[in-house]
Design a protein around this ligand. Sequence first.
Ligand SMILES: [Mg+2]
Length: 370
Amino acid sequence: MRITSIDIYKMNMKLSSVFATSIGSIPSAENVLIKINTDENLIGWGEASPFSFITAETQNTCIEAAKFLGKLLIGKDPTAIEENLSLLKRSLPSHTSIHSAFDMAMWDLLGKESNQPIYKLLGGKNHQLRTDQTMGHEKSVEDVQNKARKFIEQGFNEIKMKTGRPGLTDYKHVKGVREVIGDEIELKIDSNQGWDLAESLKNARLMENLNLLYIEQPLPIWNLEDMARLRSKINTPVCADESVFNEIDAFKICKLGAADYLNIKLGKSGGIHTGLKINAIAESYGAKCMIGCFSESRLGLTAAAHLAIARPNIFFLDLDSAFMIAEDPIIGGIEFGKENMSLINVNEKPGLGADVKEEYLDKWTKFSIS
Ligand SMILES: [Mg+2]
């Protein structure tokens, strides 16, 4: 099989509400859809969800990068994923969101060529998954409590709250949520690099009796030494997110003892290919992984779900971005439970088992390379 052409779409989707975190806010999902066409009439789909604050990419830089990288892949066998990904990473380092879109599309094609879902190619056994649900910064304790009540009604048993603000606001909001959800629901926080060591210690100690599952990325991306110090001084586990893009970051974090858990996001790792490596390193250090998302549609989330099914060490799931997108351009792929929205089912179709609705492809601006 050879790649004949690649279509790149400006995949614009409305959000149901603005999502605010300590690192930045996004008003809409401005993603990039990749369609790899081949000489065997098989197509591969991939999605990039650039989050400029973290991956230093925007929709427009992803599109330009995709045109450049796409040209390198014309004529290549898309199922030679290792070789192709190495070429893309060598030719344009960083740019992890757009790498992940190509990675996903190539796994989709490998699955379609071998008539197997991706999780099966990775040696996994299909099972139902369960995701948490995240709330961004809200104005008042009452607002976060109302959100938490809604999440529980929807079936979620794990809630993630965005923190990382100065002062006592985070503590008051997290305490307020714990009060309304009781002890049975898991609660965790994500500060998105918003605190320094002193603020992290203060908040972690204040929240000690709130039984948090973990504190995600309390400190700036580069400050692994203080993350290790923090971890040695508190009882709540620490999870690295923005600090871990690839297997080299994972190795450094584990060696320094800077985190209990590592958050894999395909948009940071550049796809499933490197996500597997991060998980393998974490597992060898006895560290569980989480799999998270940016603002992917159900297409990008489907790729993440296949990886999660295939590797039980990827234990915590934060695959909730589809809930904040007001439209659903995807056919097939993962399905969320109707009664219990936290449940995720992956279908048995080849590759990602997902397609994109024609009406959206007609609507989005398209660039083609061949
Ligand atoms: Mg995070």
